[in-house]
Ligand binder design. Structure first.
Ligand SMILES: *Cc1c(COP(=O)(O)O)cnc(C)c1O
Length: 390
C-alpha cells in the first residue's frame, strides 16, 4: 500500500515522468485507462501522484487523507495558509517555530492581513488563551520543535482548536509518519519539509501537505467559490499557485520514503547514544531530548511517538563563543543547515537556521547547539562530539 507498480507499464519503481504535457484524444478528450487522464504537469504528473499517494497512505493508513507534493516545505505551508486564510483571520503559532515558518507568517502573511499570536504549545492553557474567538482559524503546531525539541500534546491541542472552530495543522517534519501520525490523534492537516527525513539523503528540497478528508469548517465556505473542504481547496490552489514538486524531486522523495522506517530506527539508536554521553559531559549544561525524564514534553512524547527521533539539542558552558567553537571543531559532524539526512550535521541555530528570529519572541539561546544525528557508526559520532567539546 502506498507504493504500487506503475499502472501504465508495470514498472516496480514509478518512472520519472519528465514531461510537461500529455497527448489528448481529440479536443477536450483526455486519454482514459490505467495511468492516463493527465493533461499538464502542473495540474498532475504520474511521478508526483505516486509520491502524493504514498505520503497520504503513510500519514493515514485508513485512506482518509489526500497528499499534495510541493517544491519545498515552505511552499506547502504557504499553500495551506493561503488556501484556508484570508485577511482578518488569525492563527496561533509555536513560540519556537521553525524560523522559516515564522518568517512566512510574520513577514508574508501578516502584511497581507493575517495576524498571528505565538504561544507556548507545551502549555494547553496558553494556546487556549491565544485563541481569538471567531477569528482564529488555525492552530499551527510543530512537534517536536526546531530547535528546542519541545513536544506539544497533539490530541489535547486538537480538542482546543476544534472547540474554537479552528483546524489543527501539525508540522511533522521532525517526527515523520514513522514516529508519529498526527491525523490519527485528531489533527486536520500535516505538513512536511520532505527535504528532511522523508527524502533523507540531503539531495532534494521538497514539501508536502497531507489533508484529512474530514478537514472542513463553515468559515471556509465561499472563499473563491471553493466550498468548505480543506483538501479540495488546497488541491485547487496547488494547481492555481503552481509551486509543485517536479518529477525528479518527487521520485527522489519517494525513493527516500522506501527506507524511512529503517533509517528512523538507526537515527533514534544513534541519538540515544549521543544523549547518554552528553548527559555525563561536564561542559554540557543542558540536553534537550524528549526521552529524558526532565524534558517538559517527555510524557506527551511517550504517548504519541514511537521513539524520540534523531534531533538532539544541547547547551554548553561558556556561552556563544564556546558553542561556536564546538561547531567549528567537529570532524564527522558537518557544519551545515538542514537535517534528516544520512550524514550527521551540526549547527548553531542562533546564527544559522534561526537567525531570522533574532530579537523576536522566538529568539533561541546563543549557547545552543543542534545536531542532526545521521546513520554513521555511533561510536564515531560520540567520539567526535567528545573531542569537539574538549
Ligand atoms: C526545513 C523545515 C521547514 C521548511 O522546509 P523547506 O523544505 O526548507 O522549505 C519547515 N518546517 C520544519 C520543521 C523544517 O525543519
Amino acid at each position: 500500500m502506498g507504493s504500487e507498480a506503475d499502472p501504465a507499464t508495470g514498472a516496480v519503481v514509478t518512472p520519472i515522468y519528465q514531461t510537461s504535457t500529455y497527448a489528448q484524444d481529440g479536443v477536450g478528450g483526455l486519454r482514459q485507462g490505467l495511468g492516463q487522464g493527465y493533461e499538464y504537469s502542473r495540474s498532475g504528473n504520474p511521478t508526483r501522484t505516486a509520491l502524493e499517494d504514498c505520503l497520504a497512505a503513510l500519514e493515514a493508513p485508513d485512506g482518509s487523507a489526500r497528499g499534495f507534493a510541493f517544491a519545498s516545505g515552505l511552499a506547502a505551508e504557504d499553500a495551506v495558509l493561503r488556501s484556508l486564510l484570508r485577511p482578518g483571520d488569525h492563527l496561533v503559532i509555536p513560540d519556537d517555530a521553525y524560523g522559516g515558518t515564522y518568517r512566512l507568517v510574520a513577514r508574508v502573511a501578516e502584511p497581507w492581513g493575517v495576524r498571528h499570536t505565538p504561544a507556548s504549545l507545551v502549555d494547553v492553557d496558553a494556546v487556549r488563551a491565544a485563541i481569538e474567538p471567531g477569528k482564529t482559524r488555525l492552530v499551527w503546531v510543530e512537534t517536536p520543535t526546531n530547535p528546542l525539541l519541545s513536544v506539544a500534546d497533539i490530541a489535547a491541542l486538537a480538542d482546543v482548536a476544534h472547540e474554537a472552530g479552528a483546524l489543527l495543522v501539525v508540522d511533522n517534519t521532525f517526527a515523520t509518519p514513522y514516529l508519529q501520525q498526527p491525523l490519527s490523534l485528531g489533527a486536520d492537516i500535516v505538513v512536511h519539509s520532505t527535504t528532511k527525513y522523508c527524502g533523507g539523503h540531503s539531495d532534494v528540497v521538497g514539501g508536502a501537505a497531507i489533508v484529512s478528508e474530514r478537514a472542513s469548517a463553515p468559515w471556509m465556505a465561499g472563499i473563491a467559490g471553493l466550498g468548505d473542504n480543506a483538501a479540495e481547496r488546497i488541491g485547487f490552489n496547488q494547481n492555481s499557485m503552481g509551486a509543485v514538486a517536479g518529477p525528479f524531486d518527487a521520485w527522489l522523495v519517494q525513493r527516500g520514503l522506501k527506507t524511512l522506517a529503517v533509517r528512523m530506527e538507526r537515527h533514534c539508536d544513534n541519538a540515544e547514544k549521543i544523549v547518554e554521553m552528553l548527559r555525563q559531559h561536564p561542559k554540557v549544561t543542558r540536553v534537550l531530548y524528549p526521552s529524558l525524564d526532565d524534558h517538559p514534553g517527555h510524557k506527551a512524547a511517550t504517548e504519541q511517538m514511537r521513539r524520540y527521533g534523531g534531533m538532539v539539542s544541547f547547551q554548553v558552558a561558556g556561552g556563544k563563543e564556546a558553542a561556536l567553537e564546538v561547531c567549528r571543531k567537529t570532524g564527522v559532524f558537518t557544519l551545515a543547515e538542514s537535517l534528516g539526512g544520512v550524514e550527521s550535521l551540526i549547527e548553531h541555530p542562533g546564527q544559522m537556521t534561526h537567525a531570522s528570529v533574532a530579537g523576536s519572541a522566538l529568539e533561541v539561546p546563543d549557547d545552543l547547539i543542534r545536531v542532526s544525528v545521521g546513520l554513521e557508526d555511533a561510536a564515531d559520532l560520540v567520539a567526535d562530539l567528545e573531542q569537539a567539546l574538549g
